[in-house]
Design a protein around this ligand. Sequence first.
Ligand SMILES: C[S@@+](CC[C@H](N)C(=O)[O-])C[C@H]1O[C@@H](n2cnc3c(N)ncnc32)[C@H](O)[C@@H]1O
Length: 199
Amino acid sequence: MENNVFEQMAKRYDTEERIELAKVIVKEVRQELQNSKSSSLLDYGSGTGLVSLELADVVDSILLVDSSRQMLEVAEAKISHKGIANSKVLYSDFTQETPEMKADIILLSLVLLHIPDTEKILQELYNTLHDGGKLIIVDFDKNDNVNHPKVHNGFSHEGLKNSLSEVGFTSIKMKTFHHGERIFMHQDASMFISTSIKK
Ligand SMILES: C[S@@+](CC[C@H](N)C(=O)[O-])C[C@H]1O[C@@H](n2cnc3c(N)ncnc32)[C@H](O)[C@@H]1O
């Protein structure tokens, strides 16, 4: 399974480059979480929590979900080491089975590119949101220099907007917010943030 890649890299995932990139993402996502103090955040594909564990102060609770147990072990160690009281982890893969739960906000940071069936996962996440809930996606813009059999080479804004809208999301917004050198499979690339609302 592709996730084995993440199992193998969990203990060495937090490199200086990934931490720097996560800081850029945190800054952007934080702006989307104004007035979310009473909201539950589900960080889908949380990895080691590089992004969401920096956002624990602006939401009510965080559930870090990942299909790699080892990534979650690293996240759990951070939660206990830093004494973050409102965050916990859950091992799950919604592409296989989606647990019965609801969240006010779902975040996917650099995860959608790893999931082959985009519309299926968007549908599962839609079902998991409360009515009026918000989906925040951070990922790479479509990049023709990237070519990997198991990874989407980014997303076009138009294509992803169509997929979100097909699933039922409304108020879809998308913007490119960062350009960086060698940040996407060693290629120069740009990242977008998308927000949309469950009707
Ligand atoms: C590139 S990492 C991003 C980690 C984190 N969101 C961040 O921005 O630092 C992708 C993560 O998605 C997880 N992942 C991949 N496919 C998944 C799936 N189907 N369900 C849940 N998590 C998945 C991987 O295990 C990995 O931890």
